[in-house]
Write a protein that binds this ligand. Structure first.
Ligand code: DSN
Length: 426
């Protein structure tokens, strides 16, 4: 058979893009070579619908061991009593939970997408806003921090069946305990989507949602630094409160309801090659080295937020508790789109992002989102962060000058040269 050239050449090109540039997309990271290697194995050939030791196909003994290892390591990492490692992504994990615990038309209360929330928490263009009835909570305009009082008022007046904590662009920690009090008062389930801060939570550097939230969803590829994928957890299994049933009509423990939300509810065969990579990533995340990495992610994010504030940038909430920050570019006379496009010419990658109370469309936006998980994996520390902020400032001030972008690109490529991708270190 003729060897494939085109695709592998393109993969090589992408490898160099990742290696030469400064990666500041808050949801991206660099997985280890072991994580990447596991995804390119014969495990992709295997069908394994069902759960370990309860499959619909023969020949599952090996993948049973692999999936059970992933489950056991995830339980240890987060202190969870129950885990399902099969969701193909964070969006799939959220879809599975909602299918399992809601009926079409039920009300959900999520964090407003335009204030930092996620598409799958009730956006009208997503399944979550089409199948269910979404209402939202916001940040306070003066502080950029979630308005828990208003959240409680909205929960009391709207009586949602599910309240969702979690965001894709929020730089502050969450008060899961307060949200559980609100959920209990209104008879709602509380779900935390920790896709972004999962690694920092596993490393005990942020509040722990597991003792307070009924259900936790996450991705495995952001701060957790594993393969692209999702996962659902419960700190403690519990009897489902509303007489929910599995497809076989049995009213059961929540674990069975959630398992059925994944399969057969929303997915078919699990991706056992990705589940193997998850098992490896969870093993890596259980090491002291990963905890040190997460500490540095936070230090780098703090250093960066302070440096931007010192240069007169409007950082939402004036700083960060986690791995990311949102910057309102209006005070610098730029849109998010202009900033993103100017920076990518200098090999600095980040994304335009709506900021709270934005007056631009999602295609333009007034802000940019920045995160430190990926550059911290490369080995960058505080002194490099200050250099990067200076380079970003230079490009943005001179965003109409291509010569500045060219010269900053050379600086960026020189800065990144000594730092391997994590996957080259092993
Ligand atoms: N697309 C992810 C992010 O960038 O935050 C969320 O799904």
């Amino acid at each position: 058979m003729k060897k494939e050239v085109i695709v592998f050449d393109l993969i090589e090109k992408e490898y160099h893009r990742q290696k030469d540039g400064v990666e500041l997309i808050a949801s991206e990271n660099f997985a280890s070579d072991q994580v990447i290697a596991a995804m390119g194995t014969c495990l992709t050939n295997k069908y394994a619908e069902g759960l370990p030791r309860k499959r619909y196909y023969g020949g599952c003994d090996v993948v049973d061991e692999i999936e059970q290892l992933a489950i056991d390591r995830a339980k240890e990492l987060f202190g969870a009593e129950w885990v399902n490692v099969q969701p193909h992504s964070g969006a799939q994990a959220n879809a599975a939970v909602m299918l399992a615990v809601l009926k079409p038309g039920d009300k959900i209360l999520g964090f407003n997408l335009s204030h930092g929330g996620h598409l799958t928490h009730g956006s009208p263009v997503n399944f979550s806003g089409k199948l269910y009835k979404p209402v939202f909570y916001n940040v306070k305009k003066e502080t950029g921090i979630i308005d828990y009082e208003k959240l409680a008022e909205t929960a009391a007046s709207e009586k949602p069946k599910l309240i969702i904590a979690g965001a894709s662009a929020y730089s502050r920690d969450w008060d899961y305990e307060a949200m559980r009090t609100i959920a209990d008062k209104e008879g709602a389930l509380l779900m935390a989507d920790i896709a972004h801060p999962a690694g920092l939570i596993a490393s005990k550097l942020l509040n722990d949602p597991l003792p307070h939230c009924h259900i936790i969803t996450t991705t495995t590829h952001k701060t957790l630094r594993g393969p692209r994928g999702g996962m659902i957890m419960m700190g403690q299994n519990f009897e489902n409160p509303w007489g929910l049933t599995t497809p076989k009509g049995k009213t059961r423990m929540m674990s069975a309801i959630l398992d059925s939300g994944v399969f057969p509810g929303t997915q078919g065969g699990p991706l056992e090659h990705v589940i193997a990579a998850k098992a490896i990533a969870f093993g890596e995340a259980l090491t002291d080295g990963f905890k040190s990495y997460c500490k540095q992610v936070k230090i780098n994010a703090n250093t960066m937020a302070d440096a931007f504030v010192n240069k007169g940038y409007q950082v939402i909430s004036n700083g960060t508790d986690n791995h990311c920050m949102l910057i309102d570019m209006r005070s610098k006379g730029l849109t998010g789109k202009q900033a993103e496009e100017a920076l990518v010419k200098a090999d600095i990658t980040l994304n335009k992002n709506m900021v709270p109370f934005d007056d631009q469309s999602p295609f333009v936006t007034s802000g940019i989102r920045i995160g430190t998980p990926a550059i911290t994996t490369r080995g960058l520390k505080e002194e490099h962060i200050l250099q990067i902020v200076a380079m970003i400032d230079n490009v943005l001030i001179n965003h109409e000058n291509p010569e500045i972008a060219d010269s900053v690109r050379s600086e960026v490529n020189k800065l990144m040269k000594p730092f391997p991708l994590y996957s080259e270190e092993w």
